[in-house]
Write a protein that binds this ligand. Structure first.
Ligand SMILES: *[C@@H]1O[C@H](CO)[C@@H](O)[C@H](O)[C@H]1NC(C)=O
Ligand SMILES: *[C@@H]1O[C@H](CO)[C@@H](O)[C@H](O)[C@H]1NC(C)=O
Ligand SMILES: *[C@@H]1O[C@H](CO)[C@@H](O)[C@H](O)[C@H]1NC(C)=O
Ligand SMILES: *[C@@H]1O[C@H](CO)[C@@H](O)[C@H](O)[C@H]1NC(C)=O
Length: 408
């Protein structure tokens, strides 16, 4: 075969591929999607120029941005204090605003793309997969990354009261994606904290805007009324299941996040007679957060709680069609028992509740309160035993999503 034949073949394949491409994009019919991640579900890049570091071996200055979250090397025991000091926020109890640790610049990469919400680390280690199984399935159904499926990562340390810029950008992303997809309404898929965040966002929007741009909201494992787990994090720290991390070593960073205070159990879902935390000295219910924060020696925590507790309380219907999906029958912290030897700095005994392993069942079911409160349907489905993260890889969940996205 001569060179000309090969050239012809290249030419022929180019035409064929172009043709297939056109057919595929003309045939593709699906609602465009925006992915809103949960707590810990966005990547952070940091650049340092610090005067003070916790240990002499911590890096003070970097020329470029480096991956801070999620970067498993940053969590290794010998450098964890450096990480915590870079990741923590500083709360100003006069302005009620947070800022980065002094000398740390943090940015959230990948807004509008899917890469940084599909995997939580830039090298795509399999342990850090996040929205990737859902997006990979969507691509098989004809979706295009960055065009018909897009990500909206954010600074998950903050609660909605400090995310005005983000909500502005999210509005523009939704409108842009709508236009890029032949004026087709958007489906928002949220995970965990991404759902109360989406609710807050939708509560701020006018009904005509929602009617024009939003097809529906698919909520996976939504935290509608908080979770008891956050109280352990505030008291003694939480390694979030990473065995090499000692909870007490990351507590300073975790406490500094107003998003944690926002997700504390709500008094709509827990009564004043239910003990959430018990110490050798007293019991704490939803009505005792002020004393709780004094006793764990973190008074700013109560101010953060006050700044954030009203944001979606009382719950107000989103004004868009909602698909509320969650798991159940997974052991979930329901009550924390501290003794003289572990209060408040070591791990408590945990009395288990029903839930998805992270969020208590009553909070997951919070979306049911929207039924009958809005003109649009509120669909509700439990996926038996779907754990909080596992819900993102479950075949039955992905099949449900497919049905919503491809049914006009
Ligand atoms: C604010 O923080 C300062 C310094 O930590 C502290 O002395 C003061 O009591 C705090 N104010 C309130 C209202 O908590
Ligand atoms: C919002 O978008 C602007 C302009 O692209 C960008 O500079 C800013 O960092 C974004 N803010 C957030 C919180 O995403
Ligand atoms: C775009 O939408 C219009 C009106 O709904 C429709 O007639 C047209 O076929 C659509 N074009 C594509 C490429 O889907
Ligand atoms: C906490 O509540 C339990 C159960 O009601 C009770 O037995 C215990 O004495 C209380 N602890 C304190 C310190 O009041």
């Amino acid at each position: 075969m001569g060179v000309r034949n090969e050239l012809f073949l290249v030419y022929f394949y180019a035409i064929l591929n172009f043709h297939l491409y056109c057919v595929a994009s003309l045939d593709f019919k699906g609602f465009p999607v925006i992915l809103v991640p949960g707590d810990g579900g966005s990547e952070f890049e940091a650049k340092l120029n610090k005067a003070v570091v916790p240990h002499s071996f911590c890096i003070k200055k970097t020329e470029k941005y480096f991956s801070l979250w999620l970067n498993l090397e940053e969590l290794a025991p010998w450098v964890i204090d450096c990480f915590v000091d870079n990741m923590r926020l500083v709360y100003d109890n006069k302005t009620h605003k947070t800022s980065n640790s002094p000398g740390v610049d943090i940015r959230v990469p990948g807004f509008g793309d899917t890469d940084t919400v599909e995997w939580l680390d830039p090298t795509h280690l399999s342990v850090t997969t996040y929205f990737s199984p859902i997006v990979s399935a969507m691509v098989k159904w004809g979706y295009t990354r960055g065009k018909s499926v897009r990500g909206a990562p954010y600074d998950f340390r903050k609660a909605p009261n400090e995310l005005e810029d983000y909500f502005q950008n999210l509005t523009e992303l939704i409108e842009d994606t709508y236009m890029q997809n032949n004026n087709t309404r958007i489906v928002i898929i949220g995970h965990s904290m991404g759902n109360p965040l989406t609710l807050y966002f939708l509560n701020q929007k006018s009904q005509p805007w929602k009617d024009k741009f939003i097809r529906s909201h698919i909520s996976l494992a939504g935290v509608w009324g908080g979770a008891v787990k956050t109280l352990r994090l505030m008291a003694s720290g939480d390694n979030l299941g990473v065995p090499i991390v000692k909870p007490i070593n990351v507590r300073r960073e975790q406490r500094s996040m107003p998003s944690t205070a926002w997700l504390m159990p709500s008094d709509t879902f827990w009564t004043s007679t239910e003990i959430l935390v018990s110490s050798p000295f007293r019991n704490y219910t939803v009505n005792d957060y002020s004393e709780f924060f004094i006793d764990v020696d973190f008074p700013d925590g109560y101010l953060m709680r006050k700044d954030t507790e009203h944001l979606i309380h009382p719950l107000k219907a989103p004004g868009v069609e909602l698909h509320c999906l969650h798991g159940n029958h997974v052991d979930t912290p329901g009550q924390l028992i501290y003794t003289k030897t572990n209060w408040p700095n070591a791990e408590p005994e945990v009395i288990q509740d029903d839930g998805d392993g992270t969020v208590n069942i009553r909070s997951l079911q919070g979306c049911l309160t929207f039924q009958g409160k809005q003109a649009q349907p509120v669909h509700y489905q439990i996926f038996p035993k779907a754990e909080h993260m596992e819900i993102l890889v479950r075949k039955d969940v992905i099949a449900y999503i497919q049905n919503v996205l491809l049914t006009f």
